[in-house]
Ligand binder design. Sequence first.
Ligand code: FAD
Ligand code: MG
Length: 342
Amino acid sequence: MKDKIVILILAVFILTGITSCLPNENNKDLSPISKDGFMLGTFVVIRIYDNKDEEILEKVFDRLKEIEDRMSINIENSDVSMINKNAGLKPVEVHDDVYYVIQKAKEYAEITNGAFEPTIGSLVKLWGIGTVPSDSEINESIKRVDYNKLNLLDDNKVFLEDEGMILDLGGIAKGYAADEIKRILLKNGVTSAIIDLGGNIFGVGSKPDGTDWRIGVQSPFEPRGNHIGVIINSDVSVVSSGDYERYFEENNKKYHHIIDPSKGYPASNNVTGVTVLSEKSIDGDALSTALFILGVEKGMSLVEGIEGLDVVYITKDNKIYISSQLEGKFELADEELELIIP
Ligand code: FAD
Ligand code: MG
């Protein structure tokens, strides 16, 4: 019976990407309180291991709902939808948090030389139909993609210069949401928690016994819950982007959801997954999307030049590249893969 319970608990953790925080036989109190739900277009789970107050979980989900209502492109009157409706017409005043995320998005567009592209919306919409668009459709859409035409004005006003431009915060807003959840948890005295926003993990503090979290990195080659390796660290955001979860197939070719803004096509290089470790999840989220597009060489050199960032790249030829600072904090879980540390 005990075995069965352990297997069940293991399965639950593996399903959500956490390989650790296994129950301690001597102290049943180490089990968390948790809440899950479908938010931001993904399955969200929050686990709190100390200061177990259900009200904190409620506060977290209320904040998530607020973020979704303001930043979703799918909600009719969200701030982002209002910016899009008024593209080419007039600036729109947005909430402080929306302004902050857009500011960050633009900053990352600049840092990554446009690989991260917050005005990617028209291309995302085109590819979202689920069939390969024609060249002329792509050429038309790509004209409406340019972060230089995303203007951040005084008094929280945001303006897209051309009609038909579409702001899309899908590559960054989940990161912001994770940071916000962490802030709420800390403010409420929580020092040990796991935030899981559809595989984007934040290990808040450390495990309840004071040791590092063990956070699994999803394998692009196997179904959800299988890991290529484990990150061993405390107080860390672990965000992944890949070509293996959101895609459609046409003529035996996969078309995924991360678009290379310079080509108008899903990014196509030898990368299949990338995981970014950072202190703030908003940075990890924007960068995971951009690093996927930039590829191993350019991506690695970008990461090595920014303090406090680490990366795990998984390539289609079964190689794992990790940034130098990650040595000792990453455990390979699949012996068929080759680990490369620069
Ligand atoms: P990431 O790599 O982090 O981001 C990929 C996403 O970023 C793409 O899906 C696209 O939106 C955008 N993107 C693509 N190329 C680029 C680029 N070059 N630069 C910048 N961004 C790019 N999904 C639904 O299906 N239904 C919903 O109702 C829904 N609501 C959402 C509401 C909010 C507030 C947010 C933030 C997301 C929502 N989503 C929804 C989107 C869903 O959760 C996405 O899958 C998610 O945001 C993408 O994150 P990721 O971790 O899969 O990949
Ligand atoms: Mg991202």
